[in-house]
Design a protein around this ligand. Structure first.
Ligand code: GAR
Length: 207
């Protein structure tokens, strides 16, 4: 199953996938010159930029992006710090085959400022989530959850210090989640939004 990673910025999650030994077949950014593109090139991975400024609409850009991914035989799309909402038509074309890593324990704190929002709310715990992407326009960050890891807040945390610890959790979770998909070890429980994940810890609490 060929894997593409969509990025917008630094690319530390992309780096975690590469260092875990996952074969990444393509890296796409909506931001020209993103550090993540340099990381991909250093690893010998094909890259492309789909900049919204070059297209008349989000739909046109995402159609071109989906066509490009299809032409390369991509079956799994991983959003790793991709900070643009994908058009519904894109999500439907890759239905059930798009993963996103998000810096909170969803469904708390969806959106683009999850770390700052958790800090401002004063929660004692936040964390990282990897989930399947469903309709982003209607409800961003709400698709079925594959893996989560909690992170405790410290009294002197800043957005930066908290985000650093959350990212350590992300770098652990994202490669595991991608492997689960590649190995066919996750499935949606019929008639629910619950993912059945074939890992020992998922069985805890069962009789
Ligand atoms: C990650 O922390 C990811 O969870 C977040 O952007 C960061 C990208 O870091 N994504 C979102 O907030 C999406 N709503 P990276 O470029 O170093 O992987």
């Amino acid at each position: 199953m060929k894997v593409a990673v969509l990025v917008s910025g630094n690319g530390s999650n992309l780096q975690a996938l590469i260092e875990d030994g996952i074969t990444v077949d393509a890296v796409v950014s909506n931001v020209p010159g993103a550090r993540a593109l340099e990381r991909a090139e250093a690893a010998g991975i094909a890259t492309a930029v789909f900049d919204a400024a070059d297209y008349p609409s989000r739909e046109a850009r995402d159609t071109a992006l989906a066509d490009w991914l299809n032409s390369r035989g991509i079956a799994l799309v991983v959003l790793a710090g991709y900070m643009h909402i994908l058009a519904d038509a894109f999500v439907q074309r890759f239905s059930g085959r798009i993963l996103n890593v998000h810096p909170s324990l969803l469904p708390s704190f969806p959106g683009a400022h999850a770390v700052a929002d958790a800090l401002a709310h004063g929660v004692r715990w936040t964390g990282a989530t990897v989930h399947v992407v469903t309709s982003e326009l209607a409800a961003p960050d709400t698709g079925p959850i594959v893996l989560q890891e909690p992170v405790a807040l410290r009294h002197d945390d800043t957005v930066e210090s908290l985000h650093r610890r959350i990212q350590a959790a992300e770098h652990n979770l994202l490669p595991r989640a991608v492997r689960l998909f590649l190995e066919g070890r996750v499935a949606l429980a019929p008639g629910t939004r619950r993912m059945i994940v074939d890992v020992p810890e998922d069985l805890s609490g069962e009789e």
